[in-house]
Each structure stands twice: as C-alpha cells, then as structure tokens.
Design a protein. Structure first.
Length: 317
C-alpha cells in the first residue's frame, strides 16, 4: 500500500460533495464470466464488498438461466444475504428482473429493490430482449407497476446510450426519448449505459444537458465501460453536470454478453481513487475494497484489470 494521505485531496469547484457508488460486480461482473462462480463465493464477495463500505451492491439477476447461466443460483444466493441485510439496514441489495415472472421470484425472496434493463437502440433490444424498443417498454410497464405497488423501488438501465456496434452513433434525442419513457413509467433512477465504451466527455455532457430538461439530475446515474480508456474522464464530465450516482464494478469485472465489443466496467477502485483525490466522499475503504478484488481475482484465476488494484498490491496477484 502507498503511504497514508495519498492521493492528496484537491477539490475542484462545481463537483458534488458526495457520490453514491452503485456496485455491479456481483451481478454485471460475474454474469460475463465463462465459468460459474459457486454460490457461497458470490455471497462472500457481497459480504466483503459491504464490509469495504459499499452501500448499494447489485446482488444478482432473475433472468432465465438459459440466457445467463452464471446467475442461475439467484434463488439460492438471496437467502445467504438475509442476515447481512438485516444487520445493515442502510445496505441496498437490488436485483435485475426481466419480466413479471422474474419479479414474482424476487418478491417471494423478500427483495426490496429491482432493476429493469432496456435499450436505446432497436438492434440491441432485439439481441438482448428479442423485442423492439417499444415492445420491451411495454413488457416493463406491468413489472414497474407491480413492483411499485409492492413498495419496491425500481431502477431502469438504459443501454447503448452513446453508440451501438450494429447501428453506430445513437442520436441524443433517441436516447432521451426512451429515458423519458422509463422515467414516466415510474423508474426512480435511470442508469445511462455506455455499453461498448465509446462515449467521450463532450458526448456525455450533451446527453445530460438534453436529458435533464425532462428528468431531474438527481434521478440519473452513469454506467461507463472502459473499452477506450475514457470511463474516468466521462465520469468527471457527468459529475460536473450534477450526477451523484456512478455505477462501477469491483476489480473492473464485467462486460456485456450480448455485445462482444464491450470490455470491462469502470473499476470501483479506480473510481474511488479519483473521487478521493477530488475530496468527494464515498464511504468506501479503498484498501479493503482492493483486497476484496484480489480475493475474487484469485477465485477467477487471473489478475484484476484494475490499475489501482495492481498499483496498491504491487501486482502481487
């Protein structure tokens, strides 16, 4: 580890005082693994992430096992987290649900927060959901309505917000239109996804400027992939526009099984390092988080791709 006090905190004007990290490693990260991680290891991973100070940890997905076999054990995993959730009432453990059946399974296990996963483009909607954009939104409407009636908060993921591997650049107005629909449907939070990592800071700024004409910035989150090394610069652009929720994955795990050009998510450690250097509070213990990512990397049989993890552990993985 580096000496105490690094990185040196030097705030920049116009940035938020605090950022909530929406940790996606246990779901978005592990669903992209070729091998299946044992249920007990997943549970321990989430326990360790919580011990590192993360307060929002996306636990799993209730998608049919045929589509995401790596997360087929969702029904077995959630009971292993019940004691943790009971002990730490401020801990949020959302899960992804694709449809009403997935919602029913999640509710039966006491889940209190869910997410639905939409697309800003027709090509990805077909690849990921086997539906058009409009058909997928229609599928989500009863899911969101039933969840809200049960007192369950709903997050809406919107993928391909900045570029699509089949369609190329995605018009900002097109993204804003789908995002508005999800917001009006009742999603309490919208996560704007750069699924293949092609966004740049100007593009991020322009999309947020358009979208915040219709959706409060407090309802928005960003989800960047680091395919071209732009995830942190894009995050900083979003913070400058008032976004205070950032998705990240411990150790940089993840990608997207339906978009082969999508590489890993923004590493949570890299994000925390930058935020600490900006004097922005996260509540995360960077040392404990890095140790957790090293532990998971050992289970996966490869080093963590996070630059911060490698620097802090001197690549002794």
């Amino acid at each position: 580890m580096l000496a105490a006090g690094l990185p040196m905190a030097v705030p920049l004007e116009g940035l938020p005082a605090e950022v909530r990290i929406h940790e996606v490693g246990a779901r978005d990260g592990l669903q992209n693994e070729k091998s299946t991680v044992p249920t007990e290891v997943k549970a321990e991973f989430i326990h360790r992430l919580a011990a590192a100070g993360l307060r929002t940890i996306e636990a799993t997905s209730f998608v049919h096992p045929r589509w995401v076999p790596q997360l087929a054990d969702a029904g077995d995993l959630m009971p292993l987290l019940a004691e943790l959730a009971g002990r730490e009432p401020d801990l949020r453990l959302p899960v992804l649900v694709p449809n009403e059946r997935g919602l029913e399974r999640a509710l039966a296990l006491g889940v209190r927060e869910i997410a639905v996963f939409g697309s800003a483009t027709e090509s990805f909607a077909r690849a990921n959901l086997n539906r058009t954009v409009d058909e997928s939104l229609a599928m989500f409407e009863p899911v969101v309505a039933k969840a809200r009636a049960a007192g369950v908060q709903v997050r809406g993921y919107l993928s391909m917000c900045f570029g699509d591997p089949w369609e190329g650049p995605v018009p900002i107005a097109q993204v804003a239109g789908v995002a508005r629909h999800l917001h009006e449907m009742g999603c309490a939070e919208l996560s704007l996804g750069d699924t293949i990592g092609v966004a740049t800071p100007g593009h991020v700024t322009a999309l947020l400027d358009e979208l915040t004409r219709h959706v409060p910035v407090a309802r928005l989150a960003v989800h960047f992939h680091d395919t071209y090394g732009q995830a942190l610069s894009n995050t900083l652009a979003a913070l400058r526009r008032g976004v205070t929720v950032v998705d990240a994955s411990a150790g940089g795990l993840g990608g997207c099984p339906y978009a082969k050009s999508a590489t890993g998510n923004l590493a949570t450690e890299d994000l925390v390092w930058m935020l600490q250097g900006l004097g922005i509070r996260t509540g995360v213990d960077l040392g404990r988080l890095s140790a957790t990512s090293v532990w998971m990397a050992e289970h996966l049989g490869r080093p963590s791709p996070s630059r911060t993890v490698r620097a802090l552990t001197h690549e002794e993985q």
